[in-house]
Design a protein around this ligand. Structure first.
Ligand SMILES: CC(C)(COP(=O)(O)OP(=O)(O)OC[C@H]1O[C@@H](n2cnc3c(N)ncnc32)[C@H](O)[C@@H]1OP(=O)(O)O)[C@@H](O)C(=O)NCCC(=O)NCCS
Length: 166
C-alpha cells in the first residue's frame, strides 16, 4: 500500500471523531461500543473544537482510494479538563488510530515517526493505554515510559527534548 501523511486541519474534525471511536481499545471478543460513547465529555474533550491553540496532528491517506485511514494527534488537556493520560499542564496527550483493515502494516509506526519529527512544540507527550493493548509495545519502541499504572491501564510519557534544535 502507498500512503500520504498530511497535517490535520480544522475541517478534518469529523474524521477525527471517527478516529476517536476507532482509538477505543476493545479486547478480542468484546462487542463494539455504541458510537455515541465518543460524545461523553471524558472522550469528546480529545476532539471537540479541533484546531484550537496547540492542537497538532497528522492523518494518513490511502493513495489509491484517496481516503483517510488513520490519524495521530496531540491535544493539551490541562488540570481543569484532564484526560486519561494527564501528567501536567504542559504535556499534551496523544491519540492514535488506524482503521481495522489497515492495521499491522506499519501505518501507526509511520504516523508516530512523523509526529515525533514534526515541530509541534511540545517538550513531552503522554498517553493512557490499556495494559493488554498491543499498542503498548509500539509506544515502548518509541521511547514512551510507564509513569504509573492501574489495574487496567498504563500512563506513559515520552520526553521530546531530544528533538528540539540546540
Ligand atoms: C495502535 C494502532 C494505531 C497501531 O497502528 P498500526 O498501523 O496497526 O501499527 P503498525 O502496523 O505500525 O504496528 C505497530 C504495533 O502495533 C501493533 N498492532 C498491530 N496490529 C494491531 C492491532 N490490530 N491492534 C492493536 N495493535 C496492533 C503491533 O503489535 C505492532 O507492535 P510492535 O511495535 O511491537 O511491532 C492501531 O493498531 C489501532 O488503531 N489500534 C486500535 C486503536 C488503539 O488501540 N489505539 C491506541 C489507544 S492507546
Amino acid at each position: 500500500m502507498v500512503w500520504i501523511i498530511q497535517a490535520l486541519k480544522e475541517e478534518d474534525e469529523p474524521f477525527l471523531w471517527e478516529m476517536l471511536y476507532q482509538a477505543l481499545y476493545l479486547p478480542e471478543g468484546q462487542a463494539p461500543l455504541p458510537r455515541e460513547v465518543i460524545y461523553l465529555p471524558e472522550l469528546a474533550r480529545y476532539v471537540q473544537d479541533w484546531g484550537s491553540d496547540g492542537d497538532c496532528g497528522f492523518m494518513v491517506i490511502d493513495f489509491l482510494t484517496e481516503k483517510p485511514v488513520g490519524a495521530v494527534w496531540l491535544r493539551l488537556l490541562t488540570r481543569n479538563n484532564k484526560g486519561y493520560g494527564y501528567v501536567d499542564d504542559d504535556t499534551p496527550e496523544l491519540g492514535i488510530a488506524v482503521f481495522p483493515e489497515y492495521r499491522g502494516q506499519g501505518i501507526g509506526t509511520q504516523l508516530l515517526t512523523h509526529l515525533l519529527e514534526s515541530p509541534c512544540g511540545q517538550s513531552s507527550i503522554s498517553l493512557s493505554v490499556s495494559i493488554d493493548n498491543p499498542a503498548v509495545s509500539l509506544y515502548k519502541r518509541f521511547g514512551f515510559e510507564v509513569v504509573s499504572r492501574s489495574d487496567e491501564s498504563l500512563l506513559m510519557k515520552r520526553d521530546c527534548q531530544i528533538l528540539k534544535p540546540g
